[in-house]
Design a protein around this ligand. Structure first.
Ligand code: NAP
Length: 500
């Protein structure tokens, strides 16, 4: 609950509670807090609607949940961990890492749990943001960092007959650990990044697993190995060795995976062959091979990594259905061709409501203009993904067009945390009322970005969560992470309209 001292009552709205409010305590929000303290900006709070830090790694606890980016790259560059147990860590280990970081960098005095923000409004005259919580309290601050995450709310399609089903239904991101899958008949809908991790993890335990696949993913082999003690000891003794290892992984993702995933290039052809080899080496049945062969170009949807996925699909107790999902029934599900499949449990691995390019809640900027209206037609846009014209002193982390398709998202968010804290330091030190990116600067940046988008694999003709209803990509950055990070090195006040 918000602390009384930090809460603005109706009668005391004149005072500003804090210099900065960070919304969200996942990887991004914690990073922002660490940078703020580093810049000696200490009058800030981090509001988190749940009861712990961690974001996606707190919420996703499904069997097999792990990161498909190597841990030495999927961690803060300034807080390397020599003790990762495997190449690709599981969600619990990543969650423990985030908790350790929050502790080590002294963020607990800034964290306020159980506070969800419902709306935000900018006071032009005073240059103050007023945030209303879901509980009806108010907080004010001179600057806000929105670090709410891009894939947070589970998306479960409204399938017909869900209410009639007598068994359990659960989404991967809201796993119900009370539901016992042992020897049960299970149906899973969806074969994205989450689905392909759950399937091999539960297949040996359940009686029957039916996989309902709408689109076949490209799945590359994942070299997931326990890391030797000698390696950990070396990294502990010689931190530079770990930095070099991290850079080597970054070089591979930037030099090989990036061009292969982002552009239709010879590297993409090579990657496609590798993914099809991964499938064919495990699957000998031509009918199943046919079902598992994607009908779109590699990179168009997120390329996945797993070495245990295809072998799991060849098990006697696993069936892949591609006829389309019709509806739930009392005892299971019905496919589009009329066949009924009995089920005790149905798992929806159907992804998330994507809010990378959507306001997370109503945000009223200058002159009371709603950000939702600005972004409604043309889609979400922000300068370098962090700042939007007409929305002063408000900074997004993982905002429009800053998601990666090929490497660690933390390369992007670390660069954002640095840039944003520099912007906030400028605002506070120069005692400015408001800074808002110039519309022309933002427009030029966005036009350039969207021009490049035309040459990417993401717009090569498939449906994915990368694209909005108009087929435009406002979620991913159409280049390499290093390019983005370099572009974020300096905050330039000249690119912003300033009110004193
Ligand atoms: P997703 O990639 O959006 O996959 C959703 C799956 O559900 C797709 O196979 C989709 O089919 C299917 N689906 C959706 N609606 C359906 C319907 N009405 N009927 C039948 N099938 C339906 O979601 P996700 O697997 O949860 O992954 C989302 C993102 O989370 C990933 O792209 C990634 O960024 C992140 N993630 C990362 C990791 C990691 O290891 N780093 C792990 C998990 C998740 P279509 O493809 O045909 O739409």
């Amino acid at each position: 609950m918000p602390q009384q001292s930090a809460r603005t009552s109706e009668a005391n709205r004149e005072a500003v509670d804090h210099d900065v409010i960070v919304i969200g305590a996942g990887f991004s929000g914690i990073n922002a807090g660490i940078r703020l303290r580093e810049q000696e900006i200490t009058d800030f709070i981090i509001l988190e609607r749940a009861d712990d830090v961690g974001g996606t790694w707190r919420d996703n606890t499904y069997p097999g949940c792990a990161c498909d980016v190597p841990s030495h790259l999927y961690s803060y560059s300034f807080e390397q961990n020599p003790d990762w147990s495997t190449t690709y860590s599981g969600s619990a280990e990543i969650q423990a890492y985030i908790q350790r970081c929050a502790e080590k960098y002294g963020l607990h005095e800034h964290l306020r749990f159980g506070v969800g923000i419902a709306s935000a409004e900018f006071d032009d005259e005073r240059g103050v943001w007023r945030l209303r919580t879901e509980g009806g309290d108010f907080y004010t601050a001179r600057a806000v960092v929105s670090a709410v995450g891009g894939l947070v709310e589970p998306s479960t399609p409204k399938f017909a007959g869900m209410d009639e089903f007598s068994g359990a239904i659960m989404h991967t991101a809201r796993w119900n650990h009370e539901v016992d899958l042992h020897d049960k008949k299970v149906v899973i809908i969806g074969t994205g990044a989450s689905g392909i991790q759950v399937i091999p993890s539960i297949a040996p335990d359940v009686a029957q697993l039916t996989v309902i696949q709408r689109s076949a993913p490209y799945v590359l082999p994942k070299a997931d190995k326990a890391l030797p003690e000698a390696m950990k000891a070396t990294f502990r003794r010689i931190p530079f060795a770990q930095t070099a290892f991290r850079r080597a992984i970054l070089t591979i993702t930037e030099g090989l995976v990036g061009p292969a995933v982002i552009l239709d290039s010879p590297l993409a052809t090579g990657m496609k062959k590798l993914a099809l080899w991964n499938m064919r080496s495990a699957v000998k049945d031509p009918v199943l091979r046919d079902k598992l062969t994607p009908d779109y170009e590699i990179g168009c949807k997120r390329v996945l990594f797993a070495s245990n996925y295809y072998p799991a699909l060849t098990r006697d107790n696993v069936t892949v259905e591609t006829e389309g999902f019709d509806r739930f029934t009392a005892n299971g599900v019905r496919l589009a061709d009329g066949r009924e499949i009995e089920a005790d449990v149905v798992i929806t691995a159907t992804g998330f409501k994507v809010n990378i390019a959507e306001p997370p809640f109503p945000i009223l900027g200058q002159n009371g203009e709603a950000l939702a209206d600005k972004w409604a037609g043309p889609g979400g846009k922000a300068y370098k993904g962090v700042a939007t014209a007409g929305v002063p002193n408000w900074f997004f982390m993982l905002g429009p067009n800053t998601g990666p398709g090929h490497t660690s998202v933390l390369i992007y968010t670390e660069a954002q945390a640095r840039y944003i804290t520099e912007a906030i330091r400028t605002l506070l030190n120069k005692d400015l009322t408001a800074i808002a990116v110039k519309p022309k600067v933002m427009r030029r940046y966005h036009e350039k970005l969207q021009n490049r988008m035309r040459y990417t694999s993401w717009t090569s003709g498939c449906q994915s969560w990368y694209l909005d209803a108009h087929g435009e990509n406002h979620t991913l950055f159409p280049g390499l992470a290093t390019e983005y990070a370099l572009s974020m090195r300096r905050f330039k006040l000249g690119e912003y309209e300033v009110a004193r």
